[in-house]
Design a protein around this ligand. Structure first.
Ligand SMILES: [Zn+2]
Length: 228
């Protein structure tokens, strides 16, 4: 077993599970995990079939994007992942997908306000649109790093897809699922052309405070249970 085997296996298992559930399509999207105690992260390789992928194919990079381990080209979005890990010490797992309903909302640039308690508790006050920048560019990395400082755990990249965080991979996957449910419900509600109701502001703030409390624990190196 090599040094990063656990993280690499978790990335492959998660990627294949997300393909089966329909959140990842073809070779689109990318997934990464922070390596604890190091300025490094493991990330899926670029443009590679998720069902052919094995743990050995996963790349390990430092925050300067030097390849520490791996034999394939890392995801073109590696710089974006590295920037998020540096900007948000509470984030240990990142999933970027082209999931369908989120992608639709990015086309009409419709941020999702706080619609459900669960959304505010785990994704944050709102799901904002990150304005368009071409994949794999320094501009996208810069724009993303600026947005994520608002402590939300889900974002929509204009004309592109979803960017979702978790303090661990399991939480990041749950957040991907919550986000898609919110995106579908919001799209359907918008299509009705009737007023879309939001949760009360006070409820949103209590839920967001719980998320922030969890994030501070992670920043201080404590464990968090994702139950509540
Ligand atoms: Zn993408």
């Amino acid at each position: 077993m090599n040094t990063f085997e656990i993280q690499k296996r978790q990335i492959v298992d998660t990627a294949q599970s997300l393909v089966r559930k329909g959140y990842l399509m073809a070779t689109g999207g990318n997934i990464s995990l922070r390596i604890p105690g190091q300025n490094t992260f493991a990330i899926t390789p670029s443009n590679y079939d998720y069902f052919k992928m094995t743990a050995e194919d996963v790349c390990v990079l430092d925050f300067d994007l030097n390849l520490i381990e791996g034999h394939l080209k890392p995801s073109v979005e590696s710089a974006m992942h590295g920037a998020v890990y540096q900007a948000r010490t509470d984030v240990n797992a990142i999933i970027h997908t082209h999931q369908a309903y989120v992608s639709a909302l990015t086309l009409i640039q419709a941020p999702i306000p706080a619609l459900f308690d669960e959304q505010a508790r785990f994704l944050g006050r709102s799901v904002d649109i990150i304005h368009y920048a071409p994949s794999g560019t320094g501009l996208l990395k810069h724009v993303v790093a600026k947005h994520v400082k608002n402590h939300n755990n889900a974002f929509m990249m204009q004309n592109h897809g979803a960017l979702v965080f978790g303090h661990d991979m399991e939480r990041a996957v749950h957040n991907v699922e919550i986000l898609e449910k919110c995106a579908l419900a919001y799209l359907l509600a918008i299509c009705s052309e009737r007023k879309v109701s939001k949760i009360p502001l006070a409820v949103r703030e209590v839920a967001f405070a719980k998320l922030r409390r969890d994030q501070r624990k992670i920043e201080q190196g404590e464990r968090v249970t994702s139950g509540e």
